[in-house]
Design a binder for this molecule. Structure first.
Ligand code: ATP
Ligand code: MG
Length: 562
């Protein structure tokens, strides 16, 4: 627990302090990666509550992933103790669901409406043919909504009912949005309804990390913030606290050709004398690239790094700090690339956790279990209630039922109960919060950020995260930037791919490796590849070529076992 009150802002630099302690009104923080946006945001909420006596219940903090929301909650708890629970923290989806559950009728929904799982969506789609309206009708007939409808439904509800707008504007007087560069039209509409033009909307983001336009996000909302909100103030943060100087320099060079930020600056705050360069490995094949990752992880974590390597240039040199598998992430552009990496890491006995975009609800057994939990009365903690619901559901399978459709294989029930166990523990007393997370979350967020395993994730999913060691694999033209067959590359699309590359580089704190394969299996055939043009933007002096795999001797293995 940090001390509340005096010195709350001492752990911020001068500009962060300005950003955290500003008075009310609309405010835009334009800040590059690693400049402490989350830190500033949490300190601002703590400062308002602890020093300016703002009621924490008047604060609403919105993020894009559940994992980010979870992190915000934890950091707030450190700063605010019990008051932190009073702050509403959630994703746009969760926020919309909260609004709709509070007023289902105003939204034109049934009282006990539920979110459709994949099977239910597919059934409704089959029934509806090609028409979106018929699809919605089919869902509503069974009191269901599609996850993607949550935000638009909440917007429509508020637009119809000005009383509700007033109610929520009174309730949440201080609104904070992280990653504002990635809001889409519906999310933006929701924000404009929740916040008056001169309200205390605190938006944080980095246009150069806008990577979700394919999903409807539009960086324009960020760029016109000052126009949309009255007398909006702007603060810039330019000191990067996350990464070593070579990594920051490479990131700045990588984004420069199409940066959306005028006078973009990113200065490394860290001046580690021994910061290694960026490791560059050009493999012959994807399998060899994966082998390189596995070997390097093995050496770094297993303490087998080569003492002869010069720590000032070679990222394979012995780490000054002990590393664990959980410190390492492998980032890739397409999910297809992960198979080779998983295989190589598994062969080397390196534990892996892979983030997937599957919806939690779509895993077998999860939806019926959630339904059972929602309907069952009873008390106890969330883990206790989860166990009881699983027992009831599994028992019902063996008993004859009138409703055959409700039958769930007990095996699926127990698998689902295990999958949800950690989440239930996190929401120990809060069944509603637990059910909301199941309804709105992807599996990606259900994984444990502190697990002792190498994290594998797409560049998109890596947004906002940081790792001591990062491998950015598949740095090839056609993959990064991604190009699909018959898909002419537009300038805008390539610029977005470049931002994705920028996001990837800036996840690394201490060591970064960029790799490519000269031949890769894509679109049904093994093809020759060319190096990613994005790499060419980085000064060669920042890259340390790693020519060969370091030989692994039987002695190394033995040493490790000792
Ligand atoms: P991104 O754009 O990638 O989301 P961000 O701007 O949100 O990055 P944070 O994750 O808040 O950055 O901070 C990056 C790292 O720098 C964190 O480890 C954070 O603790 C650290 N940091 C931020 N500000 C300071 C500071 N003033 N002093 C020391 N460390 C700091
Ligand atoms: Mg952030």
């Amino acid at each position: 627990m940090e001390e509340v009150g005096t010195g709350l802002l001492d752990r911020l630099d001068a500009m962060q302090r300005v950003a955290a302690s500003a008075h009310g009104g609309p405010m835009l923080i334009v800040a590059g990666p690693g400049t402490g946006k989350t830190r500033t945001l949490t300190h601002r909420i703590a400062y308002l509550c602890a020093e300016l006596n703002v009621n924490p219940q008047r604060c609403l903090a919105i993020t894009f992933t559940r994992r980010a929301a979870q992190e915000l909650r934890e950091r707030l708890a450190d700063l605010l103790a019990d008051d932190a629970d009073e702050v509403t923290v959630g994703t746009f989806h969760a926020l919309a669901l909260t609004l709709l559950r509070a007023h289902p009728r105003a939204a034109g929904l049934a009282d006990g409406f539920a979110i459709a799982d994949e099977a239910q969506c597919a059934a409704a789609r089959a029934e509806a043919g090609d028409s979106a309206e018929a699809y919605r009708r089919a869902l509503r007939a069974t009191h269901l909504v599609d996850l993607d409808e949550l935000v638009p439904l909440a917007v429509a509800m508020l637009e119809r009912d000005p009383r509700l707008v007033r109610e929520y504007r009174d309730r949440w007087v201080w609104i904070f949005v992280d990653e504002y560069q990635d809001v889409d039209a519906d999310q933006y509409a929701l924000l404009r309804l929740l916040s008056p033009p001169d309200g205390n909307l605190y938006a944080i983001g980095d246009p150069d990390q806008a990577i979700y336009s394919f999903r409807g996000a539009d960086v324009e909302y960020f760029l016109r913030f000052a126009h949309d909100f009255t007398d909006a103030r702007q603060v810039r943060l330019t000191r990067n606290y996350r990464s070593t100087a070579p990594i920051v320099a490479a990131a700045v060079q990588a984004i420069a050709p199409t940066s959306l930020v005028r006078d973009r600056r990113l200065d490394p705050a860290r001046l580690d004398p021994d910061a290694p360069l960026i490791g560059r490995y050009a493999a012959a094949t994807a399998a060899e690239e994966a082998e390189f990752v596995a070997r390097t992880v093995d050496e770094l974590v297993g303490g087998l790094s080569h003492r002869s390597f010069d720590a000032r240039v070679d990222p394979r040199a012995v780490p000054a700090e002990p590393l664990s598998f959980g410190d390492v992430a492998v980032l890739y552009r397409t999910d297809a690339q992960s198979a080779a990496i998983v295989e190589a890491l598994s062969r080397a006995n390196i534990p892996v956790q892979k983030r997937s975009h599957n919806r939690l609800r779509d895993r077998p057994g999860v939806a019926p279990l959630a339904r059972e939990l929602r309907l069952a009365n009873g008390g106890g903690t969330v883990p206790e209630r989860l166990a009881a619901a699983a027992r009831a559901l599994a028992a019902r399978h063996t008993a004859p039922t009138l409703d055959g459709a409700a039958a769930v294989a007990p095996e699926d029930v127990w698998t689902a109960a295990d999958l949800l166990g950690p989440l239930a523990a996190r929401h120990h007393e809060d069944l509603t919060g637990f059910l909301t997370e199941i309804a709105t979350g992807a599996e990606v967020d259900a994984l444990d950020p502190r697990a002792e395993a190498v994290t594998l994730l797409t560049l998109h999913a890596s947004k906002g995260l940081e790792f001591p060691v990062v491998f950015l694999v598949g740095c090839e033209d056609g993959l990064l930037p991604l190009r699909l067959p018959g898909d002419p590359p537009s300038e805008g699309a390539v610029a977005e791919e470049r931002r994705l590359f920028f996001v990837g580089i800036t996840r690394a704190r201490n060591r970064l490796y960029v790799s490519s394969a000269a031949r890769r299996f894509r679109h049904g055939a093994e093809r020759e590849t060319r190096e990613s043009p994005f790499l060419a933007a980085i000064d060669g002096a920042l890259l340390h070529p790693l020519h060969t795999l370091t030989p692994r001797s039987p002695r190394d293995r033995q040493l490790r076992l000792l």
